[in-house]
Ligand binder design. Sequence first.
Ligand code: GRG
Length: 348
Amino acid sequence: MAELAVDKHVKYILAVEKNKDSFESVVMDHLRMNGAYWGLTALDLLGKLDSVNVDEVISWILKCQHESGGFSGNIGHDPHILYTLSAVQVLALFNKLDVLDIDKVATCILSCVLLMKLFAHRWLYESIVSSCTSCFAQVSKLDITGLQNEDGSFSGDMWGEVDTRFSYVAICCLSILCCLEKINVEKAVSYILSCKNLDGGFGCTPGGESHAGQIFCCVGALALTGSLHYVDKDLLGWWLCERQVKSGGLNGRPEKLPDVCYSWWVLSSLIMIDRVHWIDKEKLVKFILDCQDVENGGISDRPDDAVDVYHTYFGVAGLSLLNYPGLKAIDPAYALPVDVVNRIFFSG
Ligand code: GRG
């Protein structure tokens, strides 16, 4: 079996970051914060986080922060909780969470939801926006009790899309910032449970098709809130281990092609519900290693496809979950190296 081409992958990740004119950099421009999280966490798992200039990264992250406290995918873009979590995760990697005004970030996560509600009453929304220099800052001064959606769900930004991804992101972010008590956890859990399907899986909204990505979000959110007892572990474990196909790779739902990224979404979920022994780990390791570009570095979705940072990260993270030798261990719920999570919760 091929080995993990550690040095090549490190070189590839550092090159993507430097080469701003490449196709990959250009198409990822608006979600560079996610890219930073994928690339830097992969580097940390590979033991090479010290090859980046910390001050440069932190200074760029802070330039992506908005008055509201939230972060955008790059400088000059709109804030969204997806990017806010990535920013918080990268700061955690570098042990730099202290640069944050935690109340401000937390309030932003809460405010997004209220803004969405106000938008439903457009006249009210418009009158607020026109009378505020910063609508988010003003909204944070409004009644806190109304900040979470009535049904416990979360929106991603002021435009109101609801998705269990955002429930996970809000819960993970607030948990890292040690202020989970700012939301109604009971309602958040109840909303997630309303997205559970008869097959044991979870979708993005109630009645939505079970998908491994959404399952990670729901199981992760339940794990972070101490609510895994609501999951039928055997039923969900069965659905998840059925995702392994002949090549050893995992798909995200029935009849779909395998993709390296599901080595994270499926495997982390199986670990959280204690059913990871139901898949063939050796075959999955082989599938991930077969997706490497052993000459130029990087990992692709399937063997012989073009590599990218997203698949490189989830390939390395999957191998870490599979205890591949030489890699740092990753926490399946926080999606951060275990030593980083321990530092957040157990140091001084
Ligand atoms: C911190 C790890 C971490 C995550 C943050 C954004 C997020 C929370 C989770 C995303 C979960 C998700 C929905 C992942 C799936 C991504 C994916 C490959 C979607 C592709 O879906 P389809 O339908 O592909 O195009 P399939 O494989 O079903 O054909």
